[in-house]
Design a protein around this ligand. Structure first.
Ligand code: 5AD
Ligand code: FES
Length: 356
């Protein structure tokens, strides 16, 4: 495609309230270096205009790897009997939070597998303690739960919730999530939004059966839902899963999706995900140059960190807890950016209910 045609295409996508799927597919198919430079440069400008040069940090603590689900791509799925399972105790978890707070990080993400045995009152107590002792912004990412649980945690002071849709193709979703339902997951997202959470979702790029058309549909959903945060990461095959035989994602396609999501959603927080740092090389800096504005250092203590193996080759598995700060500082400086040690709340205007 000629440079002027690409420019027109990107302008059209940027300016439209709801871009056409065909335009997005065309942009996702851009291949040669000059075309990619145009796309990534455009996304970088949109990021600068709507989010500025700051990079927000979200410290993640993976407090349990128990999971009741059987997602075909995920290494901690319940059928992986080779994996030792753990649940961190409250005092261990709070110690990790203390450490994270002492590294000047203002957001903690508490993540676990989808574990129905997780006691909502236990988590509520943890949240209350984090709020009263450290005053951090808290994001919860523990999957599909009842609206009553979501409400309980919200009342305890939680700010944000992360629930990735993984793909917005209903049939594809249902085909790789046994005993789960696409509609049910959407309903959870809607409940979270109605309760006043800042809501994050996202997808996995490179899932078997996915196409550029599916990804363009994901991007349209991201736009329509007016999300506060969107996590976009590559599929990385894990040995102990049904999808072990499939090839992993192409980093480039992930970067193109991040770039287009930035152009379309303008000011949504977009992390350069840990999975993006865990491919043949660390593509997080490239993510920061094409639209991303968030990084997620890992504060899960050993020996648990090694056991939260949702995919192999995960970044920072052996680094001492806390060394990430230094590394991320230099990563941002190398890209003429800076770490913003603020809380990094949503840049969106608040709305109730999903627009989908
Ligand atoms: N490759 C990449 N990402 C994965 N996730 C789970 N399994 C994989 C995999 N094999 C992602 C999902 C989930 C998040 C915690 O990790 O998007 O929401
Ligand atoms: Fe963890 Fe670099 S982000 S060591």
């Amino acid at each position: 495609m000629s440079m002027s045609k690409i420019s027109t295409l990107l302008d059209r996508i940027y300016e439209s309230d709801l871009p056409s799927g065909a335009d997005l597919e065309q942009a996702l198919a851009l291949e040669n270096q000059a075309e990619l430079d145009e796309l990534f440069g455009f996304a970088d400008q949109v990021r600068e205009k709507y989010c500025g040069g700051g990079i927000f940090l979200r410290g993640i603590i993976e407090f349990s790897n128990f999971c009741d689900k059987e997602c075909f791509y995920c290494g901690i799925n319940k059928n992986n009997r080779k994996l030792s399972r753990y649940r961190m105790k409250e005092d261990e978890l709070l110690k990790s939070v203390e450490y994270l707070a002492s590294a000047h990080i203002k957001t903690v993400v508490l993540q676990s597998g989808e574990d129905q045995d997780l006691d909502p009152l236990w988590l509520k107590d943890v949240i209350s303690q984090i709020k009263s002792r450290f005053g951090l912004a808290v994001t919860i990412s523990v999957g599909e739960r009842s609206a009553a649980d979501y409400q309980l945690w919200k009342q305890a002071g939680v700010d944000r919730y992360l629930l990735k849709m993984e793909t917005l193709d209903e049939d594809l979703y249902n085909s790789m999530h046994p005993k789960m339902s696409f509609k049910q997951r959407l309903c959870c997202l809607d409940n979270l939004r109605k309760l006043g959470y800042q809501v994050g979702t996202g997808n996995i790029i490179g899932l078997p059966g996915q196409s550029l058309k599916t990804i363009s549909r994901d991007i349209l959903f991201f736009k329509q839902g007016n999300f506060d945060m969107l996590g976009i990461g590559p599929f990385i095959p894990h040995q102990e899963t049904r999808f072990s035989v499939f090839p992993g994602a192409q980093a480039l396609l992930v970067l193109k999706t991040i770039a287009l999501t930035r152009i379309v959603t303008k000011n949504t927080h977009l992390p350069a995900t840990t999975a993006l740092g865990s491919l043949d090389q660390d593509y997080r800096p490239a993510g920061l140059r094409c639209g991303a504005n968030v990084l997620m250092p890992n504060f899960t203590p050993q020996p648990y960190r090694k056991l939260y193996q949702i995919y192999p080759g995960k970044k920072c598995i052996d680094e001492p807890v806390g060394s990430c700060n230094f590394c991320l500082e230099s990563m941002s400086k190398e890209n003429d950016r800076f770490i913003d040690y603020g809380q990094g709340d949503s840049l969106k205007l608040r709305k109730v209910g999903l627009n989908v």
